[in-house]
Design a protein around this ligand. Structure first.
Ligand SMILES: NC(=O)c1ccc[n+]([C@@H]2O[C@H](COP(=O)([O-])OP(=O)(O)OC[C@H]3O[C@@H](n4cnc5c(N)ncnc54)[C@H](O)[C@@H]3O)[C@@H](O)[C@H]2O)c1
Length: 307
């Protein structure tokens, strides 16, 4: 197999490259290094099966030779990153996704789109099943990401229907693990960073809002299984267990062995209240189930920050 991974220098993209290389595949990594880091790929610099191109997917990309799968992960993903680069985020989701779809069409390759639980917005149902259409504010600040990803899904399905593209869409829920930037603003890296500095953990709102976390190796396993399946409609990939942000703060403090308390800040606009995937479809179609328990995953992530 010879594959393209866009967003290769990012958190999930770099782990996906490692996994595909370990499976004996040849990997072409693309990234414009806007939110990702070259150091995430440094260990691959002498790997003959890996080639990296600093490339913005908003420009077309041509590849020599055969391509079997195009994994499209390139997009700012943390709220801090996409709120700082709203137009670039919309461009990556629209023109960028289109360029990656064209690359896949050109090589008759499978196209994989990394979508998100944010496609459900501030969901009015729980758990969120793939048939739920969501509750998204189309003009709020977060819409650049939520609506951008919804557009990318629409584009992917249109290429599937109109151009016969062989496509997959995964809706990922709160992935965590090593290589997440300590300062990227997402809740787990933020909590771990604060716990390591022994300062109070910042909780937005009352902390009763829930998230469902999934360790990165489990997500990568789900991505690989979905790409190998023939399912064109979206599939949720995430941890099925909900936890409140306040409970998460307790888990982090207990794993880090600190008791630094929490401080509360105002909840950001359109912050989703409940987030919990229904993963019955992934279980049934892919035989997929997350394996890494939250406390263990947090311990591994903490260890990567203190190395
Ligand atoms: N991490 C999560 O919890 C999560 C949840 C749902 C969906 N996702 C999706 O998974 C993908 C990866 O997320 P991540 O957490 O690894 O984020 P990340 O920011 O670490 O990785 C994204 C990568 O894409 C690159 N990139 C951004 N715009 C680009 C462009 N125009 N051209 C080329 N490269 C570009 C960045 O430099 C970065 O390396 C994203 O598409 C994101 O929407 C992530």
């Amino acid at each position: 197999m010879r594959v393209v991974v866009s967003g290769a220098a990012g958190f999930i993209g770099s782990h996906l490259c490692d996994r595909l290389l370990a499976d004996g595949q040849e990997v072409i990594g693309l990234d414009n290094l806007s939110t990702g880091r070259a150091e995430n790929l440094r260990h691959l610099q002498d790997c003959a099966e890996f080639r990296f191109f600093r490339h913005d997917i908003c420009d077309p990309f041509q590849a020599d030779g055969r391509i079997d799968v195009v994994y499209n992960l390139a997009c700012p993903a943390s709220p801090r990153d996409y709120l700082e680069a709203p137009l670039e985020t919309l461009a990556a989701c629209s023109q960028g996704t289109r360029n990656m779809l064209e690359l896949a069409i050109c090589h008759r390759a499978t196209f994989f789109q990394a979508s998100t639980s944010e496609a459900y917005g501030d969901a009015l149902v729980r758990p969120q099943h793939e048939t739920y259409w969501g509750n998204v504010n189309p003009i709020g600040p977060r819409s650049v990401y939520d609506e951008g990803k919804r557009y990318a899904e629409a584009l992917t399905m249109a290429y599937h229907r109109e151009r016969g593209a062989d496509t997959r869409i995964a809706r990922l829920f709160n992935v965590y693990g090593p290589r997440m930037k300590r300062g990227d603003g997402r809740v787990l890296p933020a909590f771990l960073d604060q716990a390591l500095r022994a300062v109070p953990l910042t909780v937005f709102g009352h902390g009763s809002q829930t998230r469902s976390f999934c360790y990165v190796s489990d997500i990568v396993e789900g991505i690989v299984r979905l790409a190998a399946s023939d399912e064109a409609t979206p599939v949720n990939l995430g941890g099925p267990d909900e936890i409140t942000v306040l409970e998460l703060a307790k888990v982090v403090q207990s794993v880090a062995g600190v008791d630094c308390g929490v401080t509360h800040l105002e909840l950001p606009q359109d912050d989703p209240n409940r987030r919990q995937p229904d993963i019955a479809k992934a279980r049934r179609l892919l035989g997929w189930e997350p394996q890494v328990e939250l406390r263990h995953g947090v311990r591994l992530m903490l260890a990567s920050y203190v190395k």
